[in-house]
Design a protein around this ligand. Sequence first.
Ligand code: ADP
Length: 169
Amino acid sequence: MPRTRSLQTVVYTGVFDPIHFGHLDIIRRGSRLFDHLVVGVGINPDKAAFFSLEERVELVQRVVAGFTNVEVTAFTGLAVRFVRQVGARVMLRGLRTLSDMEYEFTMSLTNLALDPEIETAFLMAKEEYSHVSSTLIRQIASLEGDVHKFVPAEIVDTLVRRARERSAV
Ligand code: ADP
């Protein structure tokens, strides 16, 4: 593993379908704690995505454009493998609820079993974002609700357009 970036770099993985204020808050706080933050945009084999992988990467890039120490990359396969590929040792995760905690606890132990050198660090979601999820936002957009409270202004039009396209099918 490259030593130079290992402790300074953190990797934040997720599906980001789409990125929302809860994600952005974790990115902002993580980018202050670590020298370099890599957002890994992955796939969820269990869910049909609203946006393609390439589109999700582009949406995240749009939103984090102002952060000088954040980069965005797509990845497929195991998250721990991706963390190694970028030369990091720490994965960052956000925790919203008790049910997140149960899932994340299992995931972090599994990741530790897969690669004992990669640790997971958690940040608690801020109260105002703890109810925000991409699933909820996709539903609101599909029902023509106002998504401004949940996603950054840079992506609102793209989200509204995609929801309309999907309902027209
Ligand atoms: P979602 O559940 O919104 O589809 P992702 O799979 O993209 O999110 O989640 C990526 C990471 O972001 C996970 O660690 C998840 O717990 C965290 N996260 C998701 N929503 C929030 C939120 N509202 N506040 C803080 N962290 C969050």
